[in-house]
Design a protein around this ligand. Structure first.
Ligand code: UDP
Length: 309
């Protein structure tokens, strides 16, 4: 069995490469290294059954090896990254996804799309079920990511309906863990880094907005299980434990032993107010739920950041 992991040098992608190799699956990792990093996979470069190809999914590429499954995780994913590369983000979701779907067709491979909770936008339904169509501002600054992922989902379903391609869609909610980039601007690396370097913790808006954080090992196990199931309709993957950013900041302070103050900054445009996955579907069809508590996961993440600060 061989998997192609597009975006395999990224944060979740590189953990997925590790997980697949542990399961005895060979891995071809494709990444253009715009936001991914070679150091995330440097420990794998001499591993049997692992191959890295530096390539951009927006350019057509053939793979000489046979491939049984394609995971598409190739896209900038943090708001800071996708706002810095808006056109590349749209192209990755549109042309990139289409190229990989064609590759899946030619290899008769399963195709798994890493979509996002951002397809729900600033949701009016809570917690978010897969049946909710979302509340996305199509011309707001976040739309380059949200709409690219929504278009990817539409493309995937069209390939499924037109060609009978075996497809899966994972809607990934906020995920954290080792290998997040220090400077990617997301709340988890920001607050941990600030706490470890005795700087005030930056809270955007009132800090009452919520997110639900899933540890990365739980996420990759969910993706693997989804790959092995035959349901083409979207599945939420995430941890349903919901935190306000104020509560999350308190937890980071407690676990790092830091006494730094909070500083308040303006809320980014269209920042979703509440986000929490309903994971009933994943529980039912994948027999999956997160196993790593926020304390355990954050301790591991803090240790990892501490070793690099
Ligand atoms: N946020 C914050 N301080 C930071 C970075 C982010 O309060 O230093 C907030 C951000 O406004 C959002 C939440 O934390 O409400 C999660 O942001 P992140 O960028 O991690 O991911 P998102 O879920 O928005 O894609």
């Amino acid at each position: 069995m061989r998997a192609l992991v597009a975006g395999g040098a990224g944060f979740i992608g590189s953990h997925l490469c590790d997980f697949l190799l542990d399961q005895g699956v060979q891995v071809v990792c494709l990444d253009n290294l715009i936001t991914g990093r070679k150091r995330n996979i440097s420990h794998l470069l001499r591993t049997r059954g692992f191959k890295f190809i530096r390539a951009d999914i927006t350019r057509k590429k053939s793979i000489p090896e046979s491939v049984d499954i394609i995971f598409n995780l190739a896209s900038p994913a943090s708001p800071k990254d996708y706002l810095a590369s808006p056109l590349e983000t749209l192209a990755a979701g549109a042309t990139g996804t289409r190229n990989l779907l064609e590759l899946a067709r030619s290899h008769k491979a399963v195709f798994l799309m890493a979509s996002t909770s951002e397809v729900y936008g600033d949701p009016k339904a809570h917690p978010q079920q897969e049946s909710y169509w979302g509340n996305v501002n199509p011309v707001g600054i976040r739309s380059v990511y949200d709409e690219a992922k929504r278009y990817s989902e539409a493309l995937v379903m069209a390939y499924h309906r037109c060609f009978g391609l075996p497809t899966r869609i994972a809607r990934i909610f906020n995920t954290y863990g080792p290998r997040m980039k220090l400077g990617d601007g997301r709340v988890v690396p920001n607050l941990i880094h600030q706490a470890l370097t005795a700087k005030p913790l930056t809270i955007y808006g009132t800090g009452r907005q919520t997110r639900s954080f899933c540890y990365v090992s739980d996420m990759v196990e969910g993706l693997f299980r989804l790959a092995g199931c035959s349901d083409p309709m979207p599945v939420n993957l995430g941890n349903p434990e919901e935190f306000s950013m104020l509560k999350f900041a308190r937890l980071v302070k407690q676990l790092t032993g830091s006494h730094v103050p909070l500083t308040f900054h303006s809320l980014p445009e269209d920042d979703p107010k509440r986000r929490c996955p309903d994971i009933s579907r994943a529980r039912k069809i994948l027999d999956w739920k997160p196993r790593v508590s926020i304390e355990q996961g954050l301790r591991r993440t803090i240790d990892w950041f501490r070793a690099r600060t």
